[in-house]
Every structure is written in structure tokens, then in C-alpha cells.
Design a protein around this ligand. Sequence first.
Ligand code: UD2
Length: 306
Amino acid sequence: MTERFVSEHFKSPDSHLVATDGLQYQQPSITHGRTDIVSLTPWLAPIVWEGTFNPVLLDSVYQKKNISIAVTVFAVGKYIMFMKDFLETAEQHFFVGFRVHVHVFTDRPNEVPKVKMADGRKLSVHSVPNSKRWQEISARRMEMIQKLIEEKLKGDMDYIFCLDVDSKFHGRWGTESLGELVAVIHPGYYRDHRSRFPYERRSASRAYMAPDEGDFYYCGGAFGGLLKEVHQLAQTCRKNFEDDAKEGIEAAWQEESHLNRYMWINKPSKVLSPEYLWQDFKPRNPEILIIRFSGVVKNYNDIRPN
Ligand code: UD2
């Protein structure tokens, strides 16, 4: 069988949704629903908010597919201190009842806490070097995600989510978030005009965005999708970051800037609302009915290497 035949004739886990006959759930409506938010992008990708999906229905559909989800999380240097809460709260809220394999990248493998994981869930630790610059730690994640997919995950897992470690889960993050290419809207800028988004604004960079460009400002701290899509994203962002570096330029927000450029051209097939990455220091806006995952308050001077 050629690779082309396989990709054309075998469905990805994201297509053909088979429901459970007899499952009882609330009748959906096309005229009644939330009116305080927008739940579709101009390219018709869903924007996931509380109240726009039925978790019981979605879980039953994806249970049949026996899907698996890989997670990458980096804990380099003092960021290891966030690992315990991240792992413990993931057990309570992240794809509960599904096959999850967490990949921890750290320079302190002996300090990775032992957290009891449910059946079907596991953790692997990968050793990575430390760095004197936080910018480099953050940016090199793309390279490691690319290699992990190529060397370990291909043919084994279906989806991958890449998450910041200095965060905790507070509410369900599950099958509603699955898609081919998944981006999360940053909690800090979604009410602003695009010209004020903190994109890379120097045209010399490969992450450049003009003032009249951009859909949303997406987080570098959470993204995901099918392995194939995330591989392409990581490979492209890594290459653009490295090519910029050869010319002596580092984008304003490192890999987050390159990710935003990538998503401008390669539109995400599913967009997650800021419920999926809030920040603890921010008061909750009224449209945020639930906070699912949120960055903890931290003192950068104490935890970053520079
Ligand atoms: C913002 C972004 C983050 C990233 C960063 C720019 C959101 C909400 N946050 O977060 O994704 O784009 O700005 O760098 O999207 N890390 C270590 N050790 C270090 C430093 C960083 O392991 O010494 C890892 C760790 O996984 C951490 C991530 O890099 O979660 C981002 O760290 P950060 O402190 O720069 O993130 P933050 O909260 O400023």
C-alpha cells in the first residue's frame, strides 16, 4: 500500500463521528444558545466555550475510537517545582477516562514527582540540557516536540497537546478540544484590536505580522492537534526561529510569535477559548463561565535563569 493510498482511504480519528444509539441528552438548538460569545471563526472552525458542546455525547463518540493523547511539558531548572500540581490536576481534569501519555522534558529527571496515574495513563521523562537564557528554553521546545513526534510518537499516538508547566487544571479539558490543528486564544488580548497584539512587528523576522494582519492572538503555552499537523507546525516554527537566529534576530515572544505567524497562514481547525488557558492573576471576565487551565502567579526573578 502506498502512503498516499493510506492517507486517502483510511479515516483519521477526527472524522466519522459514530454516536451511541440510545444515549439520552438535551436536544440541540440552532436558534437558542449563548449570545455573549462568538463560537465560529470566519473560516468556520468551532471556537470552544462552555455551553457550546455536550461532553457526554463527545466522550461517548471518542471512547469508541479508543484514541490516545500525548502531552509534552517542559520543566527546566526551577520550573520543576510546578510539575507536581500540573500532574495531579491533569489526573483530575485532563481527558479523564482516556489513554494519555505525558512526556516530561527536564534537566532534573530525579526530581520529577511520583504521581499516581489512572489505568491507561503513563509518564515518560526525557533529559534535556539547561540553558542560561529562558528565551532559549522556551523556544527550543519546538525542536524537541518535532523530534519526539518523529522518534517516539509516530504510529503510536493520535493527538498531542503541548502545554506550559507553570499551570494547573481547574476544570474539564477533554474531547471537545480535539481537532486537526488546535490553537488556544491568549487570555490577555482577546478584547484588543489586532494592531495591538504582541506579534513580531519587525519585517526582518519570519514571524512578522503587519498591523492589519491577524485573526486572534494565540498562546504559546497551549496548542495541539493530530500528530501530523503538530509536527508540521513544530518543524516550521523551529526552522523559522533558527533562520532568524542566523540573521541575529529573535522574535518578540520567541516560539509564540512564530506560532502566531504559522496559524495566520495555516488556520486552526479548532480554536479553544481563553477558558483553556487563563492566568491566575487576572480577574475572571463575565464570558468566562469556567476556568479549565490557568497559569499560576510566579516571580520571574526567582525562577528564571536570566
Ligand atoms: C508566556 C506564554 C508562554 C511562552 C512565554 C514566552 C501563554 C499564556 N504564556 O508565558 O507560552 O510563550 O510567554 O517565553 O501562552 N520553561 C522552563 N524553564 C525556564 C523557563 C521556561 O521549563 O526556566 C518552560 C516551562 O514549561 C514554562 C514555559 O517554558 O511553562 C514558558 O515559560 P515562561 O515562564 O516564559 O512562561 P510565561 O508564563 O511567561
